[in-house]
Design a protein. Structure first.
Length: 142
């Protein structure tokens, strides 16, 4: 998981989180719905990262905390019929970041030198060798 309820409350406040997690006035906020939204959000993030990174990441990527929270808030608010234009925009911004991470135009900012951060799953092939000995020019000379 990339974020916790405490992270969500630190970013948006406990009152707003409770409001988004409340389905009806009688029920009150649901801890399971918050955890479920955060888990669903992490799964959504993983579907984007899987094309480029070996999962699970061996070190947390701080850049993923905010998108995880914003996607979870979008899920919660839509379920509780409390979605706003601001929530939708933050969700779309999070998805945009994930797309950029997936296609390589943005990075997680993790150290990839083997100390346990992230391993790229992209398949780049590099070939090198000595200069060609036989070319059209050298064969003409024979």
């Amino acid at each position: 998981m990339y974020a916790t309820r405490a992270d969500m409350e630190a970013l948006y406040g406990a009152d707003d989180v409770a409001l988004w997690a409340t389905r009806s006035r009688e029920d009150g906020p649901s801890e399971t719905s918050i955890e479920g939204a955060l888990n669903d959000s992490a799964g959504f993030i993983d579907t984007h990262l899987a094309s480029r990174y070996k999962l699970p990441l061996r070190a947390p990527a701080p850049v993923l905390q905010r998108p995880c929270i914003d996607i979870a808030v979008y899920y919660l608010a839509n379920t509780a019929s409390r979605a706003t234009e601001d929530i939708r925009q933050r969700y779309e911004d999070a998805v945009s970041l994930l797309k950029r991470l997936a296609n390589g135009t943005a990075t997680l900012g993790l150290d990839t030198d083997g100390d346990g951060a992230a391993e790229s799953a992209s398949r780049v092939i590099s070939v090198s060798g000595p200069e060609r000995q036989m070319t059209r020019e050298t064969l003409r000379e024979l």
